[in-house]
Design a protein around this ligand. Sequence first.
Ligand code: SF4
Ligand code: SF4
Length: 150
Amino acid sequence: MSTATLTILESQSPCSKLRREDLKPGECLCTYCSAKCCKYFALPLDEPTTWKDFENMRWFLLHKGAAVFVEEGAWYMLVYSTCQHLQPDNRCGIYETRPQICRDYTTDKCEYDDDWVYDHYWETPEQVEEYAEATLGPRRGGSFRSPKPK
Ligand code: SF4
Ligand code: SF4
């Protein structure tokens, strides 16, 4: 299929998402979003440099919904968890008293059209061990990989 055909099909798809640049004056981008920014939180993380650091990172990732990513050289712990005040229609249920971090966040550089591709991304303890071995070499005392289920 040619690129031109693909582009036409994509623009006709009922599932296609409004492009940021097609927003009409007075409209809010959030109206067209599934509230992506209310479904996770991320915190800065020091870059792990020792096996102890990587063991801590492994512990994070033993928890459901946790991940670690690197973007532009900065490390973050990511937790996929929907805010308990997000309403079924994707509006904020405590809009008047929402936290300052939500007030400060704007659509200008938000993740509306972000494809969530990072420089590095880990979501399993096994990936942590592989990365740690590649950067630090074999761990003294042996692997901390989980045993394979029998
Ligand atoms: S700020 Fe961006 S990511 Fe958050 S709900 Fe609005 S459009 Fe979606
Ligand atoms: S308080 Fe409101 S704006 Fe903030 S994360 Fe929760 S639902 Fe979203």
